[in-house]
Design a protein around this ligand. Structure first.
Ligand SMILES: Nc1ncnc2c1ncn2[C@@H]1O[C@H](COP(=O)(O)OP(=O)(O)OP(=O)(O)O)[C@@H](O)[C@H]1O
Ligand SMILES: CC(=O)C(=O)O
Ligand SMILES: [K+]
Ligand SMILES: [Mg+2]
Length: 527
């Protein structure tokens, strides 16, 4: 199998495991995406999450309205300004998600071995034997014997509120099910999963389009997380939709793979998408449990080889209610890093969990430890081999920069870029040191006004492992490539020093263009 079965490079001294880890400014090279919700929307909590290492904020439109999310976003903006740390904004669509509609929000008790009817008639109240759902096509999609799961949105497995049903019969649009376990549905949002069926609803729903054209446009979203992506066509369609929304033609699209249909079309989806989110919450139900790891490893590997960010979800569910993850979860986070993931996405833990800040910080610490034993050497060789020859000039420069930085034990790589392309290629080779990507704004026009590029490019690299962007002053526009960019380089070095990454007498590798030539140079710092 083509996965990165990464082994530790050399045997580890047992005693070294107990040595306290060196504190570092950057919590980890692996990025953390936090879902902002009821338990993580105050300026204070958001600031603490940012300080603990969150670099992407996910706004999940499966629940909450535009006003609610806008209020949260305003708080995020305040936090970003006050602690001076960039954060990317991700809009996560609702997509073709099946939901139980319980308008009264009263708890509903379901009793094992009795029957319950799922009906698309949303005017009926939810009761112990009738559950209205938001989808008319269920009766056509299921057959007797199929298994249906109903759980609290982003259910953690800890709740006693989820229920398994077995389809007993189909009566016109209704589906009669046998309840397999007793449970009480309490809480606001319940989603329905039916394994391995095709839902004939569009991936980008009308509601999603409305949210994107209002909230998305207003807030210049950096990343669209396209829930339930099933085909490459879904991405093309979303991209064409974004392209008509002004600045959102720069928004990146991350395909969320949440079911077997998405898994089957993974290769074509990866070609079209800017990144992939392995939605293990949903996938974990659609796939047999023993197959989940296999998909993760194979898919992360493919993303790595394409140089596209791979994001893994649902790692420390138990931290929703506890200060410590289970040992299985802690190991799982580390394995996601060893597999080559770029980022970890937190769902219930930050959305409605009791310890959002501690979760970000714990996950960051586990990632940092795993990065230390990541077999970069093996990874590098595989990546070079996979690219083949002849390499493109830029790819050869990028891989050389990483190799040089490792060989001279540089403490950082500084890479100049406008499009972000060069930095991403460097990140593809998984350097063991932070890459300070200096994004040089470019003057551009839409024939109405002149603006500078760079903000999207800088924030979008916040989901790429190892990249730490810095937006250069527009008074150093890209057009001034002629000089050696000494002044910007100085700012970048100062930035690295201030953040503790670069110290006196360190070596730093710089990747930039001098005249027409792309160069990799090694600096020996004095002070
Ligand atoms: N303003 C700049 N000053 C110096 N070097 C730069 C600058 N911008 C990019 N480079 C260097 O140019 C090379 C090409 O990188 P990259 O593709 O990211 O450049 P770009 O300017 O963003 O995009 P493009 O070359 O596609 O116009 C890399 O070696 C990169 O470090
Ligand atoms: C986050 C999410 O949607 C999932 O894991 O399914
Ligand atoms: K969603
Ligand atoms: Mg999901």
């Amino acid at each position: 199998m083509n996965s990165n079965h990464l082994l530790l490079e050399e045997p580890i001294r047992m005693a070294s495991i107990l040595e306290p880890s060196k504190p570092s400014f950057f919590p980890a090279m692996t990025k953390i995406v936090g879902t902002l919700g009821p338990k993580s929307r105050s300026v204070e909590i958001i600031s603490d999450c940012l300080k603990a290492g969150m670099s992407v904020a996910r706004f999940d439109f499966s629940w909450g309205d535009i006003e609610f999310h806008q209020e949260t976003l305003e708080n995020l903006k305040t936090a970003v300004k006050s602690i001076r740390k960039l954060c990317a904004i991700m809009l996560d669509t609702g997509g073709p998600e099946l939901q139980v509609v319980n308008k009264t929000e009263h708890p509903i008790s379901l009793e094992a071995d009795t029957k319950v009817i799922l009906t698309p008639d949303q005017d009926k109240p939810a009761t112990s034997n009738l559950l209205p759902i938001n989808y008319h096509g269920l009766s056509k999609a299921v057959k007797k014997g199929d298994t249906i799961f109903i759980g609290q949105y982003l259910f953690t497995g800890n709740e006693t509120t989820s229920v398994w049903l077995e389809v007993d019969e189909v009566c016109s649009e209704d589906v009669v099910c046998l309840i397999k376990n007793s449970a009480t549905l309490s809480g606001t949002l319940y989603t329905l999963h039916v394994s391995q069926i095709r839902i004939d609803m569009p991936t980008l729903t009308d509601k999603d389009k409305e949210v994107i054209s209002i909230w998305g446009v207003q807030n210049n979203i950096d990343i669209l997380s396209l829930s339930y992506t099933r085909h490459a066509e879904d991405i093309r369609h979303a991209r064409s939709f974004l392209s008509k929304l002004g600045e959102l033609n720069q928004t990146q699209i991350f395909a969320k793979i949440e079911n077997i249909e998405g898994l089957t079309h993974f290769d074509e989806i990866l070609q079209e998408a800017d990144g992939i989110i392995f939605s293990r919450g949903n996938l974990g139900i659609d796939l047999p449990p023993e197959k989940v790891f296999l998909f993760q490893k194979a898919a992360v590997y493919k993303c790595n080889m394409m140089g596209k960010p791979a994001v893994v979800t649902r790692v420390v569910d138990s931290m929703t209610d506890n200060l410590r993850p289970t040992r299985a979860e802690a190991t799982d986070v580390a394995n996601a890093v060893l597999d080559g993931s770029d980022a970890i996405l937190l769902g219930a833990e930050t959305l409605r969990g009791l310890y959002p800040v501690e979760t970000v910080s714990t996950v960051g610490k586990i990632c940092a430890e795993a990065e230390k034993v990541f077999n970069q050497d093996l990874y590098f060789k595989k990546t070079v081999k996979n690219v083949g020859e002849p390499m493109s000039h830029l790819e050869s420069i990028a891989s050389s920069a990483v190799r040089a930085a490792i060989k001279v034990k540089a403490s950082a790589i500084i890479c100049f870029t406008s499009s972000g392309r060069a930095c991403r290629l460097i990140a593809k080779y998984r350097p063991t040191m932070p890459v300070i990507s200096v994004v040089i704004p470019r003057l551009k026009t839409n024939q109405l006004r002149w603006t500078f590029s760079g903000a999207f490019e800088a924030r979008q690299s916040l989901i790429v492992r190892g990249l730490f962007p810095m937006l250069a002053d527009p008074r150093h526009p890209a057009e001034s490539k002629s000089g050696s960019n000494e002044s910007v380089l100085k700012v970048a070095l100062d930035h690295g020093k201030a953040s503790g990454v670069i110290k006196p007498h360190d070596r730093v590798v710089v990747c930039q263009k001098l005249g027409d030539a792309s160069v990799v140079k090694i600096l020996e710092l004095e002070d």
